[in-house]
Design a protein around this ligand. Structure first.
Ligand SMILES: *Cc1c(COP(=O)(O)O)cnc(C)c1O
Length: 400
């Protein structure tokens, strides 16, 4: 069955729960998307930018020392080598090209870790569009380097002071702006989230990861992998690598969520452990919420995974058991960050370190010498200070 259906549903999930003024705007976006992807001049130009500007195809790298340590043949899909340092640019470029096609002169976006903001500011600069980025005050502090990068790229970063002052509030602020300015402005949503058609568009723009990976692993190993593993924030890098493999039931797909500092509500962002069906920011999906349906606060050492909802397609894939979801803690992710740095000379983004930690965690339970592909969604330069602070705090606690 092709998903989403014509109403934007993935089984019972997804849809478009939005103010009435946005309904025609979302329809315009969907129509533009379908036309563009059938227009050879659009796909050729997008393909050219992915090759020569982003640096695709990204390598599929055999991680020899990590493989020896964990006892499984492990390849890393190197999204960390994309221009701007993560997979986000694939989607930002694609959506910015749609904005140009719709005649919009201004781009807005929300950002948590700052990666999506940087990617979108980059795409906006490339196409000469005005660009405003909403970012929670707390995230601006913990990702101050990315704030500077966006400003150097010519974007305006607008601090969001409400609520928990992180990603959820930034999304709300961006949606409000969009409702007020939709005739001139396109909202570049950063993950496989939000109202239809965003989860579909973001998935399709990110599926280049999985399509390349399918070709590359066949060439390298002459067969499909046993396992593909990726971290799940909103769910875009994971659905991007999973999607072309959904039709091969022999390939086990594993998503890793942020287990944070504990299992209590407010201490993690593991929607599939503590979440229930709800509606957040335009889509029906698993949401972390309290007994009254109030959106719960979340915690993760990784800003990019720190969000109360998960993309609706993941909820569907979880219910149908096509994808299995696990979680790892802040501490496990930081350990995995060190491990990949030590064994392979690659500093992973803290988000991607969750996938590494997930692999380390399940590796004793896998058949020996399993063939694994891990989606290394981004590079860790932005997280160096964060890792140092975490380790110092831990040391301090141990000395007390
Ligand atoms: C934003 C981000 C993520 C989380 O977002 P998804 O939509 O779940 O992919 C993961 N890794 C990196 C490097 C990111 O920047």
């Amino acid at each position: 069955m092709k998903t989403p259906d014509k109403n934007g549903k993935f089984g019972p999930y997804g849809g478009a729960f939005v103010p009435e003024t946005l309904v025609p705007v979302l329809r315009e976006l969907e129509a533009c998307y379908h036309e563009a992807t059938k227009d050879e001049s659009f796909t050729r130009r997008f393909g050219d930018l992915l090759r020569n500007y982003v640096g695709r195809p990204t390598p599929l790298y055999y991680a020899e020392r990590l493989s020896d340590e964990i006892g499984h043949r492990t390849y890393l899909k190197r999204e960390d080598l994309c221009h701007t340092g993560a997979h986000k640019i694939n989607n930002s470029l694609g959506q910015t090209m749609l904005a140009v096609r719709m005649g919009k002169k201004r781009i807005i976006a929300e950002t948590g870790a700052g990666q999506h903001g940087v990617a979108t500011a980059t795409a906006a600069a490339r196409f000469g569009l005005e660009c405003d980025i909403y970012m929670g005050e707390v995230d601006m502090e913990r990702q101050s380097l990315n704030v500077k990068r966006m400003e150097l790229l010519g974007a305006k970063v607008i601090p969001v002071h409400t609520g928990q002052k992180t990603l959820k509030e930034a999304v709300s602020a961006a949606i409000r702006d969009w409702v007020a300015n939709s005739s001139s402005t396109h909202y570049v949503l950063g993950s496989a989230l939000g109202p239809h058609p965003f989860p579909m568009i973001v998935r399709d723009f990110q599926s280049c990861i999985g399509r390349e990976c399918l070709r590359q692993i066949r060439k390298a190993e002459g067969r499909l992998p046993d396992i593909i593993i990726a971290c799940v924030g909103g769910g875009s890098n994971s659905i991007g690598i999973f999607h072309p493999f959904l039709k091969f039931p022999e390939v086990r797909l594993i998503g890793v969520e942020a287990g944070g500092r504990g299992d209590s509500l407010g201490d993690h962002a593991a929607r599939f452990s503590g979440g229930r069906l709800g509606v957040l920011q335009g889509t029906k999906t698993y949401v972390l919420q309290d007994g009254f349906g109030q959106i719960a606060s979340t915690h993760s050492v990784s800003a990019g995974l720190d969000y109360a909802a998960v993309g609706p397609e993941h909820s569907y894939l979880r219910d149908t058991r096509r994808v299995q979801y696990i979680k790892v803690s802040d501490t496990e992710a930081i350990e995995a960050f060190g491990r990949l740095s030590d064994t392979e000379g690659i500093l992973p983004a803290l988000e991607s370190a969750h996938a590494v930690a997930g692999l380390v965690k399940i590796s004793p339970s896998l058949p020996p010498k399993s063939l694994v592909v891990l989606n290394l969604s981004g590079r860790g330069d932005k997280d160096v200070q964060q890792v140092i602070d975490f380790l110092n705090k831990k040391k301090g606690m141990n000395n007390e």
